[in-house]
Structures are given as C-alpha cells and as structure tokens.
Design a protein around this ligand. Sequence first.
Ligand SMILES: *Cc1c(COP(=O)(O)O)cnc(C)c1O
Length: 366
Amino acid sequence: MSINVTRSSMPSYEEYCEEIKSLWDSHWLTNMGVKHQQLEADLKKYLNTPNITLYVNGHLALENILEAYGWEKGSEVITTPFTFASTTHSIVRSGYVPVFCDVNPVDYTIDVTKIEEMITDKTVAIMPVHVYGNLCDVEAIQAIADKHNLKVIYDAAHAFGASYKGVSSANFGDASMFSFHATKVYNTIEGGALCYQDASLSKTLDIWKNFGISGQEEISFVGGNAKMNEFQAAMGICNLRHLDDEITKRRAVVEHYIERLDDVEGITVCKEQKDVTSNYAYFPVVFDGYKYNRDEVFEMLAKESIVARKYFYPLTNSFDCYKGREGFDPDATPVAQHIAARVLTLPLYADLSLEDVDRICDIILK
Ligand SMILES: *Cc1c(COP(=O)(O)O)cnc(C)c1O
C-alpha cells in the first residue's frame, strides 16, 4: 500500500455536515459570518492570544501584515532561505528586500548569532521561520529587535499548537502567521491567521482583507481579498475539537521514528528542544555520511510507493525566479545549503501506524 508524506486531518462526515447545516438556513456563505466569528473566538482561546484575524490562506496573511506596516519600498527584512516559497515571496511581493541570514545546524531555525551583522539603516523587521515544529530562539530574537527597534513577524506556519515555556507560539514577536493549509497539523482546508500584540492593527487587517472597504460608501485603501469563507471556518471548528488528540498520535509516530533512527551513523534526527512543546508537524532526517545519500533514500522509498519530501529544497535564495538578483546567493548561507542538500522529511500524520513506521525505517536501514 502506498504511503503519502502527509494525510489531511478530517472530522467525521457526519460531524462536518452537522456543522454546516445552519448555512442552508442563513444562506450566508462568506464575509465574516457566524462560523468565521466562532472560529476566531475558538482559536483565540486555544492559542491564548489577544488578537487574531483569519484569512483565506496563510500566504495572504503574511502579505497583509507586511503591507499593513507600510514601510518604504526597498526596506530590508532579515529572514532565512530555509523555508517555503511563501516567506520570501511575501517580502518581495510587498516591495521589500529579503536579506538572507543563515540557519543554525541544530534545529534549522535562524542563527541568532548572525542576525546583528545583517542589520543596516534600511532594516525594518526580522521574519524568522519556525521550522518543522521547532521554535526559533524567541528570546534572543526579541532582544535584538528591541535593541535595534525592529519588528518581528514570525512565519509560524509549522508551529500551530507548539509552545515555549508554556506560552503558545502565537504570542512571540509583534505578529505570527499560521497556515491552515490541508497539509498542516491543523487545517481549515485552506486558511490562515495572524496573531498579534497591537490591537489597533485589527481594523486595518479586517478592512484590507475585504478590498479596503471600511464603510458602505467608503473605501479607505487599496486592499485585497483574503477572507476566510464559512465552509473553511466550519472545517476549522470541527478539526480544532480533535487537535490535541491528533498531536498526541503524531508524537507517538515521531517517538517511534526516533527510536529506530537515532544513533545510526550518518543519520541525524531532530531532538526535542529545551522548554519547547512541539506539535510534531514534520519529521526531518538529515543523511550526512550515511551509506545512502538523501536522493538515494528518496528513490528507495519511492520504489515501495512511499512518498518522502525534500523539504526545504531548493533554498528560496536559489529559486529560478530570483536568478541574478542581488543578495540571492545560496553560497552565502552555507549551513542552510548543507542541510537542504541532505534533508528528507518522512511520512508523518496522526493515523500513520507504527507498523508503517517500521516498514519505512526497514527500507532506510536495509
Ligand atoms: C504552508 C506554508 C506557508 C503558506 O501557507 P498557505 O496557507 O499555504 O498559504 C508559509 N510558510 C511556510 C513555512 C509554510 O509551510
């Protein structure tokens, strides 16, 4: 039987139908309806965060917060290339310049010892990425931001449900973006959210995501359209009920992988970070000096209909669309380059059986 790298979480068919039933009475399908309002309230409580705005997807949430700050075009945002296309694209599409900092070789998040040397008089913000469910060094990042008066916007697409010293990942920096895409730990089919500290941003964000319309006859700025609809919100309401259970199941899968693959020469797995409660979003394995290289393992698994993913590869600073652009140079981020060439994320989802984990490990270790 084939095994995919992930499998979207879904409530039972009956639970979802029950949740959407009232939409056939109201005929209110989008534009901040009752499901949208309920999900906002549910998530605020779950994440224990003061302010939240929902989006049709995570990427537009990132673009929105970058636009809301309204920095001068050409302003610099320090980020990493070891991420999904969305992070870098959002900075470029908003008219800013991404400045690529390397990652650290332990948890693959931004190397906090290298941030300060990248700050110039054009720097306005840091956009670090929590990767795989590992959290960035939020304390060191905040100290640097405070010292240099910079905003911190986290790409927290991988970190929904993770926490540091008991504080949810939604509450670090000035803002955090979550993605609720079908492939994420928690999904609303497609969807996303911003959580942020400054309550005065709420109005701007709400107006922006609806074309900048601020009143019946008043359009106050050139906004976009990024509203979450009622069917997405209903999926989110249902999935949130089962999330803690799903994360517990994911943990069992990850623990079994670690049991099988830890201590194998040439294989590195991610260990639990100190004071961090992970959401077990992805299980990355780095093959460095192992008898098979990453691409060989990928092929061996594919032959048995098991889909692993070279994630994140390629680095965003080596994308074709950025060829020749100043500052886009994978050689300048050697740790990220090293990891990207050797990392493979193995199948991981709540219902993956431990027998299947054994099958996957047997193929890798044979
Ligand atoms: C999924 C993801 C996004 C984009 O989220 P969408 O909801 O798919 O738009 C951004 N950054 C990272 C790191 C992601 O994994």
